[in-house]
Design a protein around this ligand. Structure first.
Ligand code: 4AD
Ligand code: MG
Length: 430
């Protein structure tokens, strides 16, 4: 019976065959312990000399790291390992012998690992991180589908910029100039006017010269957009969504969180509702905490966000930022037009801004005024203005950065480990 490691629980006491690679091994004169991996998981294979005979035992002892094989044996329960099962190996058929796999079980430097990312991905830790990433994606589709959203795919090649023009990747589009999308938002607004509640999930690109543990050049974003919803209603969707994906990871990725030594008590606290403070209150809080390097009207840096987050035991919404440090499309607060109806969700434990969102300007004249202030001329933005011309409605949306969310849930220090092939300031390889 051919199966995979994540299915062996159904075969206790039976003989199965698994296609696997050798992740690691240790052996003595009489017994060899093979750390097998098959893509779905990791499992120990035990080879006992007296059971398999000299020849098969020597073959097992001589296996090199990352060699591929078909391994056949009996599945037994193993209470000592977190995985819970192991294989008593009967036979190994080598498919390909690997020589000198560069990522040995010893410690390696970050640059070395990044240069070998295509091989590093095979490690147990990276496997756990990618499983958590996958679970967040799965739970995202579940959450939005159950809430009546439909998935809409905005374009990647675009003529417009949603988040400012300084961080765009330029490319040639036949005779026109085009950019790689920084955000699908503007198109998602058009989609919300056609379908009500929509969400997207796709790659976005920022030519940011930032070299921090939170910044990627290419990252993936979930972008819901909702017609007939104001800022406050959007915050409720955001906190319920973030709680849902956190609890899904807790429920379905226990082994992975274990592998990563994640403190799960912290994750259990990620339950709606989340606290909210205004930008102005956050500035006052920072002053009280002794920060003298920021004043009203300036944007927060990572140390500010971390200090604010440490004040709460859950993620915290910072709302009502000054209009001048936020994007052109955000709706001014009717009670104070110097600030906008927006929020950033700051994760605990120093993981920074996870979500950015706002209510959008729905008034045609005000949007025209913003176009003038931001120099948004030409045909590229004409269509976006027309959304305010035909049945304009209050609407809101937000963007959740997938890699920062993975880093937070998995307890991984740097976002470079949360995407299979990270694009960083000085890295396009592999
Ligand atoms: O705050 P941002 O720039 O918001 C937008 O793009 C809006 N148009 C979204 C919307 O309302 N539909 O980005 C949203 C999120 C951030 O909160 C952060 O989690 C992530 O995207 N993000 C990055 N992640 C990794 N590397 C970068 N360079 C990122 N820039 C933003
Ligand atoms: Mg932001």
């Amino acid at each position: 019976m051919k199966t995979t490691i994540n299915q062996v629980k159904h075969y206790v006491g039976q003989d199965v065959t698994i296609g696997a690679w050798l992740a690691n091994k240790r052996s003595s004169g009489k017994i060899a312990f093979l750390q097998l991996r098959d893509g779905t998981g990791f499992m120990q294979g035990v080879v006992v000399k007296s059971a398999v005979g000299d020849e098969a035992f020597d073959q097992a002892k001589g296996l090199t790291q990352e060699s591929s094989m078909h391994v056949t044996g009996t599945i037994v329960e193993d209470a000592r390992s977190p995985f819970g099962f192991e294989m008593q190996v009967k036979e190994i058929e080598i498919i390909h012998e690997a020589v000198d796999f560069p990522i040995t079980p010893k410690e390696h430097g970050t640059e070395f690992l990044m240069d070998h990312r295509h091989l590093w991905l095979r490690s147990k830790r990276q496997h756990a991180v990618m499983q958590i990433r996958n679970e967040i994606i799965r739970a995202t589709y579940q959450f939005f589908n159950e809430q009546g959203f439909i998935k809409i795919d905005p374009p990647i090649l675009t003529g417009s910029s949603a988040e400012g023009t300084t961080e765009l990747f330029h490319t040639q589009y036949f005779d026109e100039e085009a950019y790689l999308s920084q955000s699908g938002q503007l198109y998602m607004e058009a989609a919300a006017m056609a379908f009500g509640k929509v969400f997207s999930f796709g790659p976005t690109f920022r030519a940011e010269k930032s070299k921090t543990r939170r910044h990627l050049i290419e990252f993936w974003m979930m972008e819901p957009e909702m017609a007939f919803m104001d800022h406050e209603e959007s915050l409720v969707v955001q906190e319920e969504y973030v709680s849902f994906i956190a609890q899904s990871v807790l429920e379905n990725c226990r082994l992975e969180l274990d592998t990563l030594d994640r403190d799960i008590e912290k994750l259990k606290e990620v339950q709606a509702p989340f606290p909210r403070i205004t930008y102005t209150e956050a500035i006052e809080l920072l002053e009280k905490l002794g920060f003298d390097d920021i004043k009203w009207g300036e944007d927060f840096g990572a140390p500010h966000e971390t200090a604010i987050a440490e004040h709460f035991d859950k993620p915290v919404f910072i709302t009502h930022y000054p209009k001048d440090i936020k994007a052109f499309y955000m709706k001014p607060d009717p009670e104070n037009p110097d600030v906008v109806l927006c929020a950033d969700l700051i994760a605990p434990e120093g993981y920074g801004e996870i979500v950015g969102g706002s209510q959008r300007i729905d008034d045609l004249e005000l949007m025209k005024q913003r176009y003038d202030e931001h120099n948004l001329t030409g045909d590229a933005y004409k269509w976006y203005l027309e959304l305010r011309q035909y049945g304009s409605v209050p609407h809101s949306g937000f963007g959740l950065g997938l890699e920062r969310t993975v880093a937070w849930f998995a307890g991984v220090e740097h976002v470079r480990e949360t995407i299979p092939f990270p694009r960083l300031l000085n890295r396009l390889y592999p």
